[in-house]
Ligand binder design. Sequence first.
Ligand SMILES: [Fe+2]
Length: 404
Amino acid sequence: MADAGTSIIPEAEYKDVVKGLAPALLEDIKASGTLVVRGVVPERKALQWLEDTKQYIAQNPQVKGFPEDDKAVFELWSKAQLEARSCSESLKVQRFLLSLFNKNSAAPDDVSFSTPLTYCDRLRIRRPGDSRFALGAHVDGGSVERWEDPKYRSSYKAILEGRWTEHDAWDIGGRPTAKQNLYDGPGACGIFRAFQGWTSLSHTGPGEGTLKVFPAIKESTAYIILRPFFKANQLKTSLPQQAYLDPSNWSLDLDSPDFPGSPIGRSQELNDETHPHLRLNETLLPMKAVKPGDQVWWHCDGIHAVESEHKGANPSSVLYIPSVPLTEANARYVKDQQVHYQQRIPPPDFPGGEGEKFFEGTGGDADIVTEQGKQTMGLAPLSLEGIDSSEKLLRQKVNKIWGF
Ligand SMILES: [Fe+2]
């Protein structure tokens, strides 16, 4: 994998995603757990979104962002974000991604993959030379929760029973009803995202402050889940690297309470100390070059990081837009989010404040450009016509939660 480099990351043209991808490519996507979709929106449209957003930020200098003295990450109700989330192209890709999952081990009305919901996330405009917006290797969706919460844990049953090759990363398992945030950690996500993703607003390639991924989803998940149950007989400092990693240096450890890289209330963290066999320094691959309008996606159990430095010449800009399945818990978050949207205050997951109440040129209903986009925001009821019975039951529950 390390030798193959970035080329190993699968990619597809948007128009082919709509037509239906070849089985071999679908297999590649399922094996890697990551994907680039090319040309989801035309380049000029994505560049316009960036221009509009920059102008909106400039027009409202009181805008909050992180880091405070050189803002790169923003939580906004900008017109561009509302349009990008609700445009039919974006929703089609989200639905395609959800369709990769099955519910072999989930109750039929726990989750629907045909109705994505909208999670209003941040946007990033990272300037060249920046080295502050780096993120070490991690997996979102909590840390010890993967073992501690019975529902969450059930998603990894085959691995925990010693049958890791039978683990189906695409069986949604207990995730739709799992507690991914048992310790109310800061920065936790209030919604279950099946895929994390972003829409690029710039030309960005390896070395330019981009995402890094570990494109082998079954293998990395099996290693992460089994890691707490093994310990090294001899420490790294006392052995050459090869001998340290050799299976003969590791024994089963069912007694120690250690969960390497699993801090309470945070994401699962990984590095060469906590997860040495992953050899992350070589295997974490930078995302291949993208242009404005391309989207980058990674599975909810996927290891990812953000390059420590942006050595490129131009800002690397993305809109974070994940793919979120319909579940009762997700619908409840969307209801809260909708209340925040009406007041143009930051979405429930983010630090509060008065948000954009007094901004000029804030986005609104006119920027939610499709009827389905309104439904995915909880602003319109989900249709019940021509829907099968388990899906209908879930949609009815959700419409009730939303007050329709
Ligand atoms: Fe992350």
